[in-house]
Design a protein around this ligand. Structure first.
Ligand code: ASP
Length: 346
């Protein structure tokens, strides 16, 4: 028996809430204000995500996000609504910081769910967004230093070198040595934020509708055109009013291959507790045969408003806020360490 779609106005309002990855903190007060005024979960997650995209201090999302191996910032984003399973996504957006707005435009204005590459730029132009060079000087410095610290100097910036080996080199480095990666991202000495990143924002509004937004510049020094889990509905983002919402950060290829966000919501559907749903979705990654296996993080919000987050590594947190709270509350994530067994399949 399936639960009814929540969503009709109710006289006794449901408690609204917004939950995010730790770097979403900057956006939570704005999202909470929207929810407190009776606004929609969709408007709330978009408002919070926009603020992270505009923040030059966040090198993993929007403006000043770290670029691909050629020095081009390529943004991925997705939005999903829990009522009616509406969704929109953009992948490989260059020259505009408004990835989450464009994902929403795909959902609201096109008969599609996913636009990638040149079409994203066209969409931004047609909708009148202002173009912007997304590579700020500090980010460019980090990108160049990362290349030269790996001995990659010739022909990358002008695109004349073969990128294949160089991407292998950088990805090997990023996966194998999180602390060094953290340093390369210019994040300082305390790794309380992932050394790469994405923002996840999940909300439930007073009508009981849910929405989830994910935005990222993806893995730094990635192969041009590489798409991670963030814009892929089911991988990095999934939302269904009946059971809940989940979103991921970390090495996108892992969440991609395990359909992780969708798994969390399906585990809820089949009766798992929220804690068990997140834990099982992380454990599912043990089946991956992957020399680059590294960190994955999940935030989840159940349809009843309870929230929980997990990570494959220690010291990761998430944030949440509800109307009536003056600032976000930060919580630790459950650590689910993974033991990879190459060659094993489930
Ligand atoms: N999940 C993102 C990606 O793979 C990156 C991250 O969250 O670190 O593109």
């Amino acid at each position: 028996m399936w639960p009814r779609w929540p969503g009709s106005p109710v006289s006794d309002p449901i408690q609204a809430i917004v939950v995010a990855s730790a770097n979403g903190r900057v956006g939570l007060p704005a999202a909470t204000e929207i929810l407190a005024a009776g606004g929609s979960a969709t408007d709330a997650v978009i408002a919070a995500t926009r603020l992270v995209e505009a923040d030059p201090g966040d090198r993993s999302v929007g403006y000043a996000g770290l670029p691909n191996i050629l020095g081009e910032v390529e943004l991925d984003a997705s939005i999903m609504e829990g009522r009616g399973l509406r969704a929109g996504a953009v992948g490989g957006l260059q020259g505009y910081q408004d990835a989450i707005d464009l994902a929403r435009a795909v959902m609201d204005r096109l008969p599609h769910a996913f636009v990638a590459g040149d079409g994203t730029r066209r969409l931004a132009q047609e909708l009148g967004y202002d173009g912007r060079d997304l590579l700020d000087p500090e980010t460019e410095r980090i990108w160049r230093e990362g290349l030269s610290s790996e001995g990659i100097t010739d022909g990358v910036a002008d695109g004349s070198a073969r990128s294949l080996d160089q991407v292998m080199q950088m990805v090997t480095r990023l996966s194998a040595d999180p602390e060094r990666t953290h340093e390369m991202y210019g994040l300082g000495e305390t790794p309380d934020e992932p050394p790469h990143g994405t923002v996840n924002v999940l909300a439930r509004d007073r009508q009981g509708n849910m929405a989830s937004a994910v935005s990222t510049s993806g893995w730094a020094w990635k192969y041009p055109g590489r798409l991670g889990d963030s814009p892929v509905i089911g991988a990095g983002n999934y939302c269904d009013n009946r059971w809940g919402a989940a979103a991921c950060t970390g090495r996108g290829e892992m969440a991609f291959r395990c359909a992780t966000a969708h798994s969390v919501v399906m585990f809820l559907r089949f009766g798992y507790t929220l804690e068990d749903a997140v834990t099982q979705a992380l454990r599912d990654m043990e089946a991956l045969d992957d020399p680059f296996a590294s960190e994955v993080n999940i935030v989840a919000l159940a349809a009843d408003g309870t929230h929980f987050a997990g990570s494959t590594v220690e010291n990761r947190t998430y944030v949440w806020q509800s109307p009536g709270m003056t600032e976000p509350d930060e919580r630790p994530r459950r650590v689910v360490p993974l033991t990879f067994q190459p060659g094993r399949s489930v």
